[in-house]
Design a protein around this ligand. Structure first.
Ligand SMILES: *[C@@H]1O[C@H](CO)[C@@H](O)[C@H](O)[C@H]1NC(C)=O
Ligand SMILES: *[C@@H]1O[C@H](CO)[C@@H](O)[C@H](O)[C@H]1NC(C)=O
Ligand SMILES: *[C@@H]1O[C@H](CO)[C@@H](O)[C@H](O)[C@H]1NC(C)=O
Length: 365
């Protein structure tokens, strides 16, 4: 009896132990499953949040230096990634230089500040207090990687355009750093043309002139007869919108197209080199081509996308997010326009409108 009882209790204990082992095993299994599940989930979260896997169809010639044989239309960024050929990527340690083509009143000032102050770099730009100047050197060498107002200054002229930059950046950098083979990554910002035009109008009304711009093209600056001034004195302060729009030499008109185009193709500022119609057509085509072969461009109206695309293109991160400013100024200016003024300004800036639409379709593709 007793031995039977012992055996029973023994068996019972074994069963209990086994059950608890099974329970333990189940718990361990559950834990492991949870852990793995957690890891996968967490990993998924990270991946989902990380920009690199966000499904975002953006076909641009990302990171391609200028000049390039690939146009945005033919370049397939994803395939390039897949084959692991990254040699067109911006390399801050090599001889790659980012060149910022800053068109007036496109939000380029805040973008330019982001570039010098908010990038998470191994060697951040060192900025001097008060002076609007930063030194943006490569991590390993005393060479600049950024050509912009706040890093190098207006070395190629105040708000230098495509024509001026492409004929000047290389020799300017050579002056300081000696002759080096570099790759240039052009970047720029476009803005909705009506807002930009009105913003420039307001700026000029307040006394801005940019009269120190060189308008360099074909080996010389534009002559006063090629670019007559719209106003007699040093400023055009207090100008009315109609006066502003009626000046045929006003550089605000289609400014983005002109600054993005290769002006040597249209006889520079010599208006008698070809008909106005032909000049416009060629300038717009050139502006589109140049825009499409930029390493990067932003649109003022799409700050979040701008930031994302920049970070992906250059493999750099901003510590401070871009903020979408409400364009209050041009909104009020817009509200004060008569229908006649509105249609006049739209007609005047038809090239910029087409360029902007082209840029937007490239970005949204
Ligand atoms: C561009 O590529 C084509 C063929 O792919 C080639 O014939 C042409 O010479 C290239 N142009 C430049 C400027 O490299
Ligand atoms: C402008 O172009 C016309 C026609 O090509 C030419 O005759 C004229 O000399 C040019 N003017 C200047 C200042 O180069
Ligand atoms: C812009 O305007 C919208 C509504 O008009 C507002 O919700 C938003 O906070 C404004 N953004 C800024 C940066 O002022």
């Amino acid at each position: 009896m007793k031995s039977q009882y012992l055996v029973k209790t023994y068996l019972y204990k074994i069963i209990v132990v086994m059950e608890s082992r099974i329970k333990l095993r189940k718990i361990i299994c559950l834990c492991i499953c949870l852990a793995i599940g957690g890891m996968i989930y967490f990993g998924y979260l990270i991946c989902a949040l990380a920009p690199s896997t966000v499904h975002f169809h953006f076909k641009d010639n990302l990171g391609r230096p200028l000049p390039s044989n690939h146009t945005a239309m033919s370049y397939d960024y994803e395939n390039d990634e897949a084959t692991g050929s990254n040699d067109q990527r911006f390399d801050i340690n090599a001889h790659d230089v980012m060149v910022f083509l800053h068109i007036q009143k496109t939000g380029g000032t805040s973008f330019g500040r982001h570039l010098v102050s908010d990038l998470d770099l191994q060697r951040p730009c060192s900025c001097q207090r008060k002076k609007k100047r930063c030194y943006c050197f490569r991590p390993n060498r005393h060479e600049v990687w950024l050509f912009s107002r706040y890093s190098t200054g207006w070395k190629c002229g105040l708000h230098a355009d495509w024509t001026e930059l492409t004929s000047c950046v290389h020799s300017e950098l050579d002056k300081n750093e000696g002759h080096v083979q570099r790759r240039y990554f052009y970047i720029s910002i476009l803005r909705e043309p009506l807002s930009r035009y009105l913003s420039e109008f307001k700026h000029v009304q307040r006394g801005a002139t940019w009269r120190n711009s060189r308008h360099w093209c074909g080996g010389r600056t534009a002559s006063p007869s090629e670019l007559p001034k719209c106003y007699p004195g040093p400023y055009w302060r207090g100008v009315s919108l109609d006066e502003f729009a009626d000046c045929p030499h006003n550089l605000a008109t289609n400014r983005q197209t002109r600054m993005m185009a290769d002006l040597s193709l249209v006889g520079c500022y010599n208006m008698s080199a070809m008909s106005t119609e032909q000049r416009n057509r060629m300038m717009l085509a050139s502006a589109k081509r140049n825009l499409a072969s930029m390493a990067y461009f932003a649109l003022t109206e799409y700050q979040k996308i701008d930031q994302y695309v920049f970070e992906e293109t250059f493999n750099m991160r901003f510590c401070v997010p871009f903020v979408q400013q409400n364009s209050t100024l041009s909104a009020t200016a817009l509200a004060m326009l008569t229908p006649a003024q509105l249609s006049k300004i739209q007609r005047l800036n038809a090239l910029d409108k087409e360029l902007y639409e082209f840029a937007r379709s490239l970005m949204m593709r």
